[in-house]
Design a protein around this ligand. Structure first.
Ligand SMILES: C[S@@+](CC[C@H](N)C(=O)[O-])C[C@H]1O[C@@H](n2cnc3c(N)ncnc32)[C@H](O)[C@@H]1O
Length: 319
């Protein structure tokens, strides 16, 4: 029998007494779910509300963020090792949303252990992982549209910035076996590139991988579509503007730059931050528009769309 959720000793006394009085009920709720093998779909609302209350308490300064994180880490190591939540906290490649994590979201990896399975199903039912899966569909639809609009005999040149596992690309090629497409993929993580090369092995004649930091180096072929998802939401505003400019500079006249960024509407933000220490720069449409203007894009060349969850925005800029 695993030990019950223990409060951190530091939380038990002194200025953290208030934090402890808020964490106590949360721990009891978690312990209840842990003892039953994780939350069931009908209980997701209860757990999500409790996590949001934790987020409110952190924002109100009632629970120190660092203490909460230490607490959640200890609990996860003890009781939830091998789950998606544990993987987010482990930051194997330096941050929560690495290529492996993203691919596990795409394939909806679930730990088969009956005591852990429900926790992974709870993870995958959150709005944010849904939005990640939706953006793969968004990319595939976008490429299909571009292909349909290409003049006969002209190749579609695509730049994929921060390509990660490239499962989106794999599915593009699976759906368009004979398509005349060339894709330059840039990612600075060697493991991501090896992984992506394996996933895309049958189509390596049409994909070139570049292991580079895109903030320093951008392939300059001239593209019909320059795409990036899962990177801009990690960048500060200056890097955002710099990278958007750089992508525009390598896009052909008439081509399009499309950049994903998590929106300011993300119902699972507290779950990501409190339970996974997964922090992104959530941006509003107004902020995205303002940053695009700073990158020299006039408003009439700019559109913002989103996937069905409304969690991942896509900034479209015509070159
Ligand atoms: C969240 S994943 C997104 C992967 C993919 N675009 C997707 O949506 O499936 C982010 C990827 O960006 C890469 N990355 C982060 N910073 C980068 C940089 N400065 N230059 C190149 N790649 C970077 C990481 O190695 C990781 O593979």
């Amino acid at each position: 029998m695993p030990p019950p959720v223990a409060h951190l000793p530091a939380l038990l006394s002194g200025p953290n007494r208030a934090a402890n009085s808020l964490l106590g009920p949360f721990d009891e709720l978690l312990e209840d779910f842990l003892s039953k093998g994780g939350p069931l779909p009908r209980e997701y609302g209860v757990l999500n509300r409790a996590i949001r209350h934790l987020g409110d308490a952190v924002r109100a300064g009632l629970i120190p963020a660092a203490l909460l994180l230490e607490h959640i880490r200890a609990l996860t190591e003890r009781r939830l090792a091998g789950t998606m939540q544990a993987q987010a906290l482990a930051k194997k490649y330096g941050y929560s949303g690495d290529f492996e994590m993203i691919d596990h979201i795409y394939v909806q990896k679930v730990n088969p252990d009956p005591g852990l399975r429900c926790w992974d199903l709870f993870f995958h039912a959150q709005a944010a992982p849904n939005a990640v899966r939706n953006r793969k569909r968004y990319f595939k639809n976008l490429v299909a549209e571009k292909l349909a609009g290409m003049p006969a005999g002209r190749r579609l040149d695509v730049l994929n910035v921060a390509s990660g596992p490239a499962r989106d690309l794999r599915e593009v090629f699976q759906d368009n076996e004979a398509a005349d497409i060339h894709v330059d993929c840039v990612d600075m993580e060697g493991h991501a590139i090896s992984y992506a090369r394996q996933l895309c092995a049958p189509w390596l004649d049409r994909i070139e991988f570049h292991q580079r930091n895109v903030l320093r180096h951008m392939p300059a072929r001239g593209y019909d579509l320059a795409w990036s998802a899962g990177l801009f939401d990690y960048l500060g505003d200056r890097s955002f503007v710099h990278l958007l400019r750089a992508m525009l500079a390598v896009t052909r006249p008439g081509g399009e730059v499309v950049v994903g960024n998590f929106s300011d509407f993300n119902p699972s933000r507290d779950y990501m931050e409190m339970m996974g220490d997964w922090r992104l720069r959530h941006r509003s449409q107004e902020t995205l528009t303002s940053l695009a203007c700073q990158a020299g894009i006039s408003p009439n060349r700019l559109r913002i769309f989103w996937e069905p969850e409304g969690v991942n925005y896509f900034l479209h800029a015509r070159a």
